[in-house]
Design a protein around this ligand. Structure first.
Ligand code: NAD
Length: 414
């Protein structure tokens, strides 16, 4: 297996936790592989009248605990390997925060910055049609991920509804509010990252007031994580996105950064002190929040990381060799499946609301989100101390115990 494969990384993390908890070999064999992966290639009419073929995937990793759930990513680096890893992480994440879901992920290999709105809509509708045989409110429920938004979810929901002959709002989450999207969903992942950071600080008997934070990736997750952390008193002193990096030792005005991204789609025009975008990872800060893509902190660059706490907003930002380096330096790493679970927690509330037709106020959504996050973090913290393992291994163990129990009750078909 290729060492740079993210699916390989996901498998190594599973095996490490499985060893620490003596998980049965048979179950490890089952959990090492995705249940189903669909690859599709489909044509899309471009604005200039030509046709381009795109490749897309949908992986349903494990559905023992319920319908599978996971985002759809549009990015040039999407691959079967990446989608499998992301779907595995969704499986552990849903179990860790005790949602009645399995894990899935989808993606289309494309560069959305080179597609017009009309091309994005046609691509989304055709991709949805191609993966429709395995979608459904009781089988697999997509949500937004990198370069997909509530608008993408609206097109997916409408396409699915056209084929079923009735409006089906519970087939996707992260929809616009007018279509049954949940209040608080847009902010949920970043809000969760901030809440989990606050919980860790409380455990460490430290205050967030004046704590310095660097954020890699200033999209949905990074932007809102920075916003809520600055509201809690932290100082955001370094940020980056794919267009570049910025530093401000006095702390940024986060709403100004968010306005810049809203108006220009990236940070590049922001009138502040620039730096190389990768430098954000190496700033001497209390907290580093990687909130861009996977494999950002690796064996080769982990020794340069100075932060004492890493809270993973992105999925899979830290490679296993980097974990070892960070552990030996005493860095607290809150793993992705815990730190960024706020999004799927509110997605679950959105699905429940769409299924029942009974909608919740924003305070109820945020209260339920916070309650589930705090309970889950407490379970991870306790497990880590009980077994003297890292927070990542502890989070995996809590998740795998729940999945193992379900597999035990269900037995092996036939
Ligand atoms: P997004 O598209 O809104 O934002 C991604 C950001 O990362 C953008 O600012 C982009 O410019 C930046 N980026 C890309 N490459 C970069 C690089 N090399 N250096 C610095 N910045 C870079 O996507 P998002 O929804 O915020 O997702 C970010 C991560 O969080 C992904 O790993 C995703 O899987 C994960 N995640 C998202 C959600 C969610 O609810 N959106 C939930 C859980 C996990």
């Amino acid at each position: 297996m290729d060492k740079t494969s993210v699916a390989h990384i996901a498998r190594m993390q599973l095996e490490k936790a499985a060893r620490a908890m003596n998980l049965s070999e048979d179950l490890v064999t089952v959990l090492k592989c995705p249940k189903r992966i669909l690859q599709v290639t489909f044509p899309v009419k471009r604005d200039d009248g030509t046709v381009t073929c795109f490749t897309g995937y949908r992986c349903q990793y494990n559905d023992a605990r319920g319908p599978t759930k996971g985002g759809v990513r549009y990015h040039p680096n999407v691959s079967a390997d990446e989608v499998i890893a992301l779907a595995a992480w969704m499986t552990w994440k849903c179990a860790l925060v005790d949602l009645p879901y399995g894990g899935a992920k989808g993606g289309v290999v494309c560069d959305p910055t080179h597609l017009s709105e009309g091309e994005m809509e046609r691509l989304t509708r055709r991709y949805t049609t191609e993966i429709m045989p395995i979608l459904g409110p009781h089988s697999d429920i997509p949500a937004p991920d990198v370069f997909t938004t509530s608008k993408t979810m609206a097109w997916m929901m409408d396409t699915y509804s056209m084929f079923t002959g009735h409006t089906e709002p519970s087939v996707v989450t992260g929809k616009p509010e007018a279509l049954g999207g949940s209040l608080g969903r847009k902010e949920a992942t970043g809000r969760g990252v901030a809440i989990i950071t606050r919980e860790l600080f409380t455990k460490l008997k430290r205050s967030l007031e004046g704590a310095t934070v660097a954020v890699q990736g200033f999209g949905n997750v990074g932007g809102y994580a920075a916003f809520f952390l600055s509201e809690m008193g932290a100082k955001i002193i370094a940020v980056s996105d794919s267009s570049g990096g910025f530093v401000n030792p006095d702390g940024f005005n986060v709403p100004e950064l968010m306005r810049c991204v809203d108006e220009h789609t990236c940070l590049a025009p922001y009138p502040g002190e620039k730096m190389d975008k990768d430098e954000v990872l190496y700033k001497d800060v209390d907290v580093l929040i990687p909130a861009a893509l996977e494999n950002q902190i690796r064996g080769d660059n982990a020794p340069r990381v100075q932060a004492k706490i890493i809270v993973e907003g992105a999925n899979g930002p830290t490679a296993p060799e980097a974990d070892e380096v960070l552990e030996s330096k005493g860095v607290h790493v809150v793993p992705d499946i815990m730190a960024n679970s706020g999004g799927v927690i509110v997605s679950h509330l959105e699905w429940v609301q769409a299924m029942t037709g009974l909608y919740m106020g924003e305070d109820e959504v945020n209260g339920r989100l916070e309650g589930r996050l705090v309970r889950s973090f407490e379970a991870v913290w306790r497990k880590a101390h009980e077994l003297r393992v890292s927070l990542r291994t502890a989070a995996y163990i809590v998740a795998l115990e729940r999945i193992a129990e379900v597999h035990r009750y269900r037995g092996l078909f036939p």
